[in-house]
Design a protein around this ligand. Sequence first.
Ligand SMILES: *Cc1c(COP(=O)(O)O)cnc(C)c1O
Length: 340
Amino acid sequence: MIIDLRSDTVTKPDKEMLDVMLKAVVGDDVFREDITTINLEKRVAQMFGKDKALFFPSGTMANQAAIKLHTNPGDQIICDKQAHVYNYESGGLSFNSGVSCKLINGYRGMFTANQVKEAINPDAYYYSKTTLVEIENTANKAGGSCWDFNEIVKIKQVCNDTNLGLHLDGARLWNALVVKNETAHQYGEVFDTISLCFSKGLGCPVGSILVGDSKIMEEAIRIRKIFGGNMRQVGYLAAAASYALDNNISRLEEDHKKAKEIGAVLLNLPIVKTVNPIETNIVVFELNNDVDDTYFIKKLKAAGILIIAMGDRKLRMVTHLDYTNTMHEELVTILKKTSF
Ligand SMILES: *Cc1c(COP(=O)(O)O)cnc(C)c1O
């Protein structure tokens, strides 16, 4: 048995999801004739109380399109130093949009309205123009941390006062909604644009979506085309996403519970130095200084457990739909009995 905890993206569609995909009514989405995709877009827009949504092949492309929609070349965006858009999108924001980042030294991937205020460039011609604030919820690199919604509202106020756009990288927003008992609608009220992934906790093989109001979304489909993200009979994927919205959101609680249990076991291992606070499905931890990370990862691999290194000596385990109760029991047993 292989226990793959490298990411929540390693899931494969189950029979029910595949059945729904097989039965999807599809058309050429470039002609906007794929009814399943159009219905998914309408549904997600409605969930968030926004005018429009557009299906994307990846979360990266949805984020990159959002940044493009909000900025002009030479602009600067504000985000946390651990942000996915800054660290893990191959420098796309400078390549695609010609923008730079003012990085905030946040706490667990999150920052305050005051920090945003301080990060805005003065209105002088020799500074780049600050045009966008980007928030990530849950914050991946920090270990799936969830924002305090009140702070987001305060940041929105700053954005309104200073005429900045506000984008949410909500690749794992579903996890935050479940944990915090929040609604998609309240996020829709605050953010101009939100990207969401179906291919992580929700268990779809492919797919992300960008939501926003008509004005900003008007050009989204053109930008997606420029990025090469137009698709044809994409309804097969949209059907999976729709199925996931119906069936795979509330069960995220199970992933969170398992992640917390893993964290508790890790904390008891003598070789583990720290475990980041666990709020959702991501466990980020660090080994004692005298322990070699690669040795630890190899040893786990030999026992059939796959995990990844995150840099800065941090290691990561992510629970997901295909991480079963049996695997969970097995993992706990192996962690407890192995001498590292
Ligand atoms: C995974 C992820 C994305 C998008 O990744 P893709 O692999 O392109 O779908 C964006 N932001 C965060 C925080 C992520 O974890």
